[in-house]
Design a protein around this ligand. Structure first.
Ligand SMILES: Nc1ncnc2c1ncn2[C@@H]1O[C@H](COP(=O)(O)OP(=O)(O)OP(=O)(O)O)[C@@H](O)[C@H]1O
Length: 991
């Protein structure tokens, strides 16, 4: 059983967080955080070099982590950018670099997926808008009842359920811690609330038997939230509901793993906020709740009239949803805080508001106390009456300091500034005690007796790493806490990495990986650490001199690589190289803040208060001892904080941790807006980048065997094994595949004269690659080598392919040419043969026709010649008939045989076969359309439709007979097409 009674609850720091300009300046300040300062063991090949990666990493970046050198195709092999949103685990992106991680987160955020694993860490992006379906009781039930919640989508409930099942499984260490971190507004409180609701819901649904008791506890656990938030949260420039303290909530489970109780431990309440608020910021919510929610009667009682302006209540006109007084009162009631006690608390708070309006005039004479300003006396009286102390005593305590001179005590008037400081100190003191009392009451109300619970789940909601323009003791403490948590995280993450390697059969450890121990040594080291020196300075009980303290720091710590100074700066300061960046701390006021002195007169006065509650708050009396002397041992803020942190770390070390990193995607708290520069800074500050560094120190690239062989299989000459892999399609993890992978890797290693791998084998330090059971583990350098060899192998293959292709093309072309020649020859011979045959046929026909025609012509001529006189005969048969036509000057020679032909064809209707010479003559004249001299003779012929179409007689030329249709078959075809004879011309011409 683990006793969870932690040290002092409130760190009691007089912080100035509100003072600090809340503009983050990590990127400006983290110059030169190198391997030296962080002592990270890095491969020389992967040593950081100055370069901007475009993601706001500024001048500190790790080229080995950037994927800019990867060409598009390799990038797409390693990771499919379109599918980035499907990656549930950031360490699975290839290669694991800040830019790929950032892209993956952005891709997921754009599709409204807000949770992503990062190895053993859960990254939660703040949606800045309600997503009710994500946190409904049904979803809780689903995760709780799932057989394997890890297989579900990443969710805060996976983490919650995992922790719960670890307890059920009783695997050592059984107790669990859920560490939720992130910067202001990232969603830590929201996440913690979700976790509390989850455990309350599953507790309520687990057993009907102890239902009443569980419901009571569950209600109290949930009711503690509004009370803690009302008193410990405030509206800041970064978050309307910003927790101004860190907390560790312990949910106590009994042997049946049922929630039986809870307790809360708080850290470092920002009590300065009571008296000083940043521009645009507010005091703690509870004051505004009172001002807005109190009844008239209560106002009167608490002396807070509606229209009264209180100096410590800026921006009172701004209304937030957190300003719900009745909810706080109801929660206090449920928690068991009696109405009377509530009234006492509110009276005290109202007293503080009135105290804030008490102001002083400077005193003309140093030996005289300062006077109150005009209206201040009324506020002082009101404050005194609300605190149940006498107004005179209050005034005296604020104006006069008690000096101890031996056994004598002397009253010394304070300056105006000192009066103000004493007033502020009183307010801070009271508020811090009220807050502590509330936390103690809540614990008393929720905490189960130590015998009734045996295991716990702790929820740690702490400030994230802080770096403002001005940083002081608060930031030093917060960043120290973050360094401690980071060291714890790194150890845990390395263990997780180690486990994965072991599961892959890789015996290798990060033994030489050095974490942030040197930075922690600088802060907490004894006797030469910043805190030790600071405490010593407080104990010296001398006036705090910043320059003097700086010189001391420089003298004692100059050898530490994590410490540096800007020698040209006028403000005394020192710079610490934290894991998340360099932060400059101003020394001015640091010693005083660490001392956090409380004037004993104030404690005395409060111890004498008539208000029982106020009196009890100071009953332990840490002012003077019974002899009236001050305690010699000063318990400084740093000591208190360090002690409570040490007990927290002890608890964390004894539990199984689960880390959740909340990320604020944009500083304006706009819904669904992702700003890369903001996110990368936070990834760095919350250690995700460090996780990546660790990953890079091991094997940042992990490729499943089959994928590996598909890409790099061609490198090896063992083509047979590759083919066998392809053909047999073996399962990933089989020896065949692993041996094929090893063959490829050894091929590359051999070329570089590096020691070959053995499978199964171990990785020695300095080696570049390991073949696991299902994956090949590669360094970036090995990936480069593989890519180079792949490129070379591809070039060789390409040359071979080109040669083969060219030869193939050449051969193909030759074969085609040969075939074409043969086809051409065959076609030509076929055409010639065909042509010859046609010619033969044509010649035969022509011959036949010609012979027939000649015979007919001869016969016709014979017939015609038979009918003419000898002279005519001679004239027709030999030289042709010469006629003197009246219309022509010159005689026209008509060749006898064409005229005969014309006569044979023309007078088909009207010219009878028995025509006489004169009739023929008349017929001829009619054909020629000549007027016959002696008588008018009209012959009607159809010569224009068939036979002779026209007969044209030109002077000095032969008559041309134009026939419509040739009487001869094939007469339109000239045998050799070399010219046209008169005959053919006559025959071929058409009208
Ligand atoms: N998961 C979520 N779903 C919806 N809104 C959320 C979620 N997480 C955070 N928010 C919103 O972001 C705001 C800031 O969250 P929260 O107060 O938890 O931040 P924080 O990290 O605790 O800040 P601080 O350190 O200042 O207390 C919340 O008020 C809420 O509106």
């Amino acid at each position: 059983m683990v006793a969870v009674q932690l040290g002092p609850i409130c760190g009691g720091i007089g912080g100035e967080i509100g003072d600090s300009v809340s503009r983050r300046c990590i990127s400006q300040q983290k110059q030169g955080i190198g391997a030296g300062s962080m002592s990270l063991r890095r491969d020389p090949r992967t040593e950081p070099r100055e370069k901007d990666d475009g993601f706001g990493l500024g001048d500190r970046c790790y080229p080995q982590l950037l994927d800019t050198s990867l060409d598009g195709e390799l990038k797409s092999f390693l990771i499919d950018e379109d599918e980035l949103h499907t990656y549930d685990d950031l360490t699975k992106v290839n290669p694991v670099t800040p830019s790929t991680v950032l892209k993956c987160l952005q891709a997921r955020y754009s599709v409204k997926v807000f949770y992503t694993h990062a190895g053993c860490t859960l990254v939660a992006l703040n949606p800045f808008q309600p997503v009710p379906h994500l946190y409904s009781p049904e979803v809780m039930k689903e995760y709780h009842c799932a057989r394997q919640p890890q297989e579900f989508k990443p969710h805060i409930f996976v983490v919650a359920e995992e922790a719960y099942r670890n307890i059920q499984g009783q695997v050592e260490p059984v107790d669990q811690s859920l560490v939720v971190s992130g910067e202001s507004g990232a969603g830590k409180t929201w996440t913690t609330r979700c976790l509390m609701k989850y455990y309350s819901t599953i507790a309520a649904s687990s057993s009907q038997k102890c239902q009443n008791m569980i419901e009571r506890i569950e209600k109290r656990v949930l009711d503690s939230n509004p009370i803690m938030e009302a008193f410990g949260n405030a509206c800041t420039s970064r978050n309307n509901n910003s927790s101004r303290f860190g907390k560790y909530i312990q949910l106590q489970l009994n042997t049946s793993h049922l929630l039986v109780g809870a307790s809360v431990q708080t850290y470092l309440l920002e009590k300065t906020r009571i008296v000083k608020q940043g521009a645009d910021e507010r005091n703690f919510h509870i004051f505004y709740q009172m001002m807005k929610g109190a009844t008239e009667e209560q106002r009167k009682e608490w002396k807070i009239p509606r229209d009264q302006h209180f100096t410590w209540l800026p921006n009172a006109d701004r209304t937030l949803e957190e300003d719900c007084f009745q909810d706080t009162v109801a929660a206090m009631g449920h928690m068991g805080i009696a109405t009377e006690t509530q009234g006492q608390i509110f009276q005290m708070l109202a007293g503080l508001l009135n105290l804030g309006n008490v102001t002083f005039c400077p005193s003309a004479d140093e030996s005289q106390p300062c006077d109150l300003q005009e209206e201040a006396a009324g506020f002082l009286r009101a404050a005194a009456s609300l605190l149940h102390v006498s107004a005179e005593q209050l005034e005296s305590c604020l104006k006069l300091r008690v000096l101890q001179a031996g056994k004598q005590s002397v009253l010394k008037p304070c300056s105006r500034e000192e009066c103000g400081i004493r007033r502020d100190c009183l307010a801070k003191l009271i508020y811090a005690r009220v807050f502590d009392w509330l936390v103690a009451f809540i614990n008393k109300s929720m905490c189960a007796s130590s015998s009734s619970w045996c295991n716990f789940i702790g929820l740690l909601d702490v400030y994230g790493f802080e770096c403002f323009v001005l940083n002081n003791l608060e930031q030093l403490c917060i960043n120290y806490a973050n360094e401690k948590l980071q060291q714890h995280f790194v150890a845990h993450y390395l263990k997780a990495q180690q486990e994965e390697y072991v599961s892959e059969g890789l015996v290798w450890s990060f033994v030489q990986y050095q974490d942030n121990q040197s930075c922690l040594h600088l802060l907490e080291g004894s006797p030469n650490g910043i805190f030790s020196l600071l405490n010593e300075e407080c104990r010296l009980n001398r006036g705090a001199d910043a320059q003097q303290f700086r010189t001391r720091l420089q003298r004692e710590l100059s050898g530490n690589a994590c410490m540096s100074w800007d020698t040209f700066s006028k403000q005394p300061h020192f710079t610490v190289s934290h894991y998340a960046g360099r932060v400059s701390y101003q020394i001015e006021g640091m010693v005083e803040k660490n001392r956090d002195p409380v004037p004993p007169e104030l404690i005395h006065m409060l111890q004498g208060s008539q208000d029982s509650l106020l009196q009890s708050l100071f009953a332990d009396g840490n002012a003077d001892d019974s002899s009236g002397r001050r305690h010699t041992k000063v318990v400084t803020v740093v000591s208190k904080f360090k002690n409570s942190l040490e007990s927290l770390m002890k608890i964390l070390h004894s539990t199984t941790p689960h880390y959740t990193r909340c990320i604020k995607p944009n500083p304006e708290c706009r819904p669904l807006t992702f700003k890369k520069e903001e996110v990368i800074l936070q990834l760095e500050a919350c250690g995700i980048v460090e996780t990546i560094n660790i990953s890079a120190a091991g094997f940042p690239i992990r490729i499943p065997h089959l994928c590996f062989l598909k890409r790099y299989g061609l490198i090896a000459n063992s083509r047979i094994s590759w083919q066998s892999v392809e053909e047999s399609e073996p399962e990933a993890g089989s020896d065949t595949v692993a041996h094929a992978v090893v063959a490829v890797l050894n091929e590359v290693l051999r070329c570089h004269s590096l020691e070959p791998l053995r499978y199964p084998g171990t990785r020695t330090h300095g080696s570049l690659v390991h073949c696991g059971e299902t994956k090949a583990f590669l360094t970036h350098f090995m990936l480069e080598l593989l890519e180079e060899h792949r490129g070379r192998a591809r070039s060789q293959r390409a040359s071979v392919i080109q040669c083969c292709w060219r030869r193939y093309c050449r051969r193909k072309r030759a074969a085609q040419a040969c075939a074409a020649a043969r086809i051409q020859a065959a076609v030509r011979s076929w055409l010639v043969r065909k042509e010859v045959l046609r010619w033969c046929r044509a010649a035969t026909i022509i011959q036949r026709q010609w012979q027939g025609w000649r015979a007919r012509m001869e016969a016709l001529a014979e017939t015609e010649l038979d009918d003419v006189t000898d002279t005519e005969k001679t004239s027709w048969g030999c030289t042709g008939l010469s006629l003197q036509l009246s219309t022509h000057q010159e005689p026209v020679i008509l060749w006898a045989w064409p005229v005969g032909l014309a006569l044979a064809s023309a007078p088909t209707v009207t010219v009878a076969m028995t025509v006489t010479n004169i009739q023929k003559m008349v017929s001829l004249f009619a054909c020629l359309k000549l007027s016959f001299p002696s008588f008018s003779y009209k012959v009607e012929t159809n010569q224009f439709e068939q036979g002779v179409a026209s007969i044209r007689a030109q002077p000095q030329e032969s008559i041309r007979l134009h026939l419509q249709r040739s009487p001869l078959p094939y007469s339109d075809t000239h045998p050799d097409k070399r010219g046209v004879t008169g005959f053919n011309q006559i025959l071929l011409e058409k009208t």
